[in-house]
Write a protein that binds this ligand. Structure first.
Ligand SMILES: [Zn+2]
Length: 245
């Protein structure tokens, strides 16, 4: 689904309309002068369905570059399928890269999520060797886009958001760090942290961006900082922002 002349939503659901498997996170595509850059990969539950969704978005040749926000299977599970099918260069933070390479399901809390019924029992998370490890020390230039990783742990220990600037407009790929309405997702998993989530909200409040595209729920196409301000009202009172779910 086209968001504007640069951005597309490729996976997940948009205003309640499913674009791909119900388990998939929202995944976004950016048209750059160096080809399509995709952010997050969905769960990869059904590779055929995944490739159909990528083609339906208008990108039968897939992304040239794929950035992952964190290791949770609904964001990273499709990455191996995408890399294999399209030859995409895959980028992730150091912990996500380590866990994906090892196929370490415990670190991404997949057994717990299976027990909670989030994934089917037979779901297989595909290991993958990440091509390029990124952290928030340096921005990455891809064609006419600048992509700046922003460490935003709390939802998980390995979480990165990406501040993307193109045509002079800044858009935050928020992953699961913040959602519309200034909400967050904290779960009963080993690396979910109230303190880190609040610190990450403070970090996002210090950045400039007009729009943010989150891993679940609605895209925020303007006035993004007012949503961050809602979260900050809670953080300023030493409370975690309200939970998205
Ligand atoms: Zn997550």
């Amino acid at each position: 689904m086209r968001i504007n002349h640069r951005w597309h939503q490729i996976l997940g659901s948009s205003n309640g309309v499913p674009l791909s498997n119900a388990v998939d996170c929202n995944a976004f595509g950016l048209e750059t002068s160096a080809g399509l850059v995709m952010f997050d990969a969905g769960a990869g539950i059904d590779p055929v369905e995944l490739h159909t969704a990528v083609a339906a978005a208008g990108f039968a040749n897939g992304p040239r570059h794929l950035f992952l926000t964190h290791g949770h299977a609904d964001h990273s599970g499709g990455a191996a399928h995408i890399a294999r099918q399209y030859g995409s260069v895959v980028y992730a933070g150091p912990l996500t890269a380590e866990w994906l390479a090892a196929g370490d399901e415990e670190r991404i809390s997949l057994p717990a999520a299976r027990r909670a019924g989030v994934y089917p029992d037979q779901y297989k998370w595909q290991p993958l060797v990440i091509d390029q490890i990124v952290d928030d020390a340096a921005a990455i230039a891809i064609g006419d886009a600048e992509i700046r990783p922003v460490a935003t742990p709390g939802h998980s220990a390995d979480h990165l958001s990406y501040l993307v600037t193109i045509d002079g407009e800044a858009t935050l790929i928020a992953g699961d760090a913040i959602f519309a309405g200034g909400t967050i997702i904290l779960q009963d998993i080993w690396d979910s942290s109230v303190a880190q989530s609040c610190e990450s909200i403070r970090r996002l409040a210090s950045l400039s961006f007009d729009a943010f595209l989150a891993g679940h729920g609605s895209a925020v196409l303007s006035g993004a900082k007012s949503h961050v301000a809602e979260a900050m009202q809670r953080v300023a009172r030493l409370l975690p922002p309200r939970n998205f779910v």
